[in-house]
Design a protein around this ligand. Structure first.
Ligand SMILES: [Cu+2]
Length: 184
């Protein structure tokens, strides 16, 4: 039986929609066994007192700012999506997954998470730079062609003051750490 054209349009629209449950369709291909899939999430309003969603720079992440991140790893791919609200408007920020959980000090999150040790680029690391809109909201997503293993998971998402340097001697640099979100 042929799939009606209208249904196809609807299915396509669903896949092209914002990150969310619709992306689970990838898993339906059956490439990965259920045991291979890893899902991590983090969300919260950035405060100075809580280390699971902590702010280091109140100018660049004002009171009330918040973020939500989802990492879904299965079927040979890792898909990560980030949504932010309440940041400064019309501004570019850098953002990556880092190795360790957030802490009181910005350095607590450790270096960038890398799938290939020592390889600093968006195919080995998870880069989630974004530009905020006029309201200070923004989003980004990334797709990596590898899966996470439970023995080595990223611990946090860090938002930086500047866009990530993509090449040259300063590759991977993105300025000071503005805020951090724990992944669970
Ligand atoms: Cu970073």
């Amino acid at each position: 039986m042929r799939v009606p054209a209208l249904l196809l349009v609807l299915l396509t629209a669903a896949c092209a929609g914002p990150p969310g449950p619709a992306q689970d369709a990838t898993n339906a291909k059956g490439i990965a066994s259920p045991g291979d899939s890893v899902k991590l999430t983090g969300a919260g309003e950035f405060t100075t007192g809580d280390t699971s969603a902590i702010v280091y720079d109140r100018k660049l992440a004002p009171e009330g700012s918040q973020a939500s991140v989802t990492v879904e790893s299965s079927g040979g791919q890792t898909r990560t999506s980030l949504v932010v609200e309440g940041l400064l408007p019309n501004r570019r920020y850098g953002s990556h997954l880092h190795t360790n959980p957030c802490g009181k000090k910005p350095e607590a999150a450790g270096p960038h998470f890398q799938h290939h040790a020592g390889q600093i680029d968006p195919s080995s690391e998870v880069w989630l730079d974004f530009t905020t809109d006029a309201e200070g909201a923004g989003r980004s997503s990334s797709r990596n062609e590898w899966t996470l293993t439970r023995a080595k998971l990223p611990g946090s998402l860090v938002i930086h003051s500047d866009p990530t340097v993509a090449s040259g001697p300063k590759v991977g640099d993105a300025g000071a750490r503005v805020a951090c979100l724990n992944l669970k």
